[in-house]
Design a protein around this ligand. Structure first.
Ligand SMILES: Nc1ncnc2c1ncn2[C@@H]1O[C@H](COP(=O)(O)OP(=O)(O)OP(=O)(O)O)[C@@H](O)[C@H]1O
Ligand SMILES: [Mg+2]
Length: 358
């Protein structure tokens, strides 16, 4: 280890995309999808054993597709059967994904291989992760990161923004919304709530509403998700939105204005209830500071009109609320994890290592 250069990395292994930010300047992401060629023909076509991210999505017909963090698998408190094939496959897919991200990061090192480099990483995990989930995350990083530490995802966001006190983070991802109040110390379980109604839930509702309204149209959840990302809104002032969907093979324009709005709105009740709970149970003298500084992060924070919707709700139930959005919703978690990684003193990492080994 002596003489090795340390590369710090912040990693946000997300349900939908996995993001890495490194202090050697690399910052990138991959959709959290891993594809294995289905047979010898597809293996020859790809020229490799594993296909990642957008490539995997594009060629999904000839690949066996795995989304290791889908539906909270590996991430959210649930009864994991560590001997099941499903668990083993998810771990393997997650490891491949992390390994690929680290490879990309190390390509920027002199020589392009990362030889003589020590990779130190901070990994974000949802607040709801159980001991078993944390063990799973540890297993994912084993042999890929030399040193690793876990923090809750919204805490990483807060740290990156320098908001260690008087702030309330709402990280709206694909699988979970993570809420966390910051009051100058490391947040504990009481400071955090995770809800499962996030971006994937919006896609599901949007898909169901469209299936009901346009039974003759032909489409997939993936198609409506992409459309959502370009048009998401809960504002009542926007233009009507139309999607082209095939009917008996022919593209037809469909009005989806109210369905898209309803789907985007579906995540709001749980978010605002979470905000209310965490604020109402806080020291009354300091509640006002939290209300003043609610920060939205994550891909779902880009829904047009969401900020105002939450402010309106807070005004009704809590008397006041000021909501803003981070500048880089998709990178906020990884950026914060990287800063934390850099700021941790060497002794801390050493101590951690002895703890992990135990
Ligand atoms: N413009 C947009 N409007 C609404 N939703 C969006 C937009 N862009 C991305 N999203 C949604 O944001 C989600 C992805 O956000 P993010 O990358 O923060 O999630 P994640 O970290 O992968 O998930 P999680 O934190 O739950 O594990 C997806 O559901 C995606 O469809
Ligand atoms: Mg996330």
């Amino acid at each position: 280890m002596i003489g090795k250069r340390v590369v710090n990395v912040g990693i946000d292994l997300g349900t939908s995309r996995s993001v890495i930010a490194c202090d050697n300047g690399v910052r990138t992401y991959l959709p959290s999808i891993v594809g294995y060629p289905k047979d010898a023909v597809s293996k020859k076509m790809f020229g490799r054993d594993i296909v990642f991210g957008d490539d995997a999505l594009k060629h999904r017909m000839s690949l066996e597709i795995h989304r290791p963090f889908d539906k909270g698998m590996l991430k959210i408190a649930q009864d994991l059967d560590e001997n099941s094939q499903e668990y083993k496959t998810a771990i393997e897919a997650a490891r491949s994904l992390l390994k690929r991200l680290i490879e990309i990061a190390l390509e920027a090192e002199p020589g392009g291989t990362g030889a003589n480099v020590l990779v130190r990483g901070v990994l974000g995990a949802p607040a709801l992760a159980s001991r078993k989930n944390k063990k799973a995350m540890l297993e994912i990083a084993r042999g890929i990161l030399d040193d690793v530490m876990y923090v809750s995802e919204p805490f990483a966001v807060a740290y990156g923004l320098g908001l260690l006190t008087n702030a309330f983070i709402v990280d709206i991802g694909a699988g979970t919304v993570d809420l966390c109040r910051m009051h100058g110390t490391m947040p504990t379980d009481e400071d955090q709530i995770t809800t499962m109604k996030a971006g994937d839930y919006v896609d599901q509702i949007f898909f169901e509403l469209l299936s009901k309204k346009y039974p003759d149209a032909n489409f997939t959840v993936n198609m409506v998700k992409r459309f959502k990302e370009e048009n998401s809104s809960i504002s009542h002032h926007g233009d009507s939105v139309f999607i082209e969907l095939p009917v008996k093979g022919k593209p037809v324009r469909h009005d989806v204005t109210s369905e898209l709005r309803a789907a985007c709105k579906a995540i709001v009740p749980d978010i605002v209830e979470g905000i209310r709970k965490l604020i109402a149970s806080f020291d009354p003298e300091f509640q006002v500071h939290l209300k003043e500084n609610v920060i939205l992060a994550g891909g779902g924070s880009q829904i047009v009109g969401l900020k105002k919707e939450i402010e309106d709700f807070m005004r009704d139930t809590l008397g006041y609320g000021k909501v803003s959005r981070v500048e880089e919703p998709l990178y906020a978690g990884a950026n914060g994890a990287l800063m934390l990684c850099r700021d941790m003193p060497d002794e801390y990492w050493h101590e951690l290592k002895t703890k992990v080994v135990k």
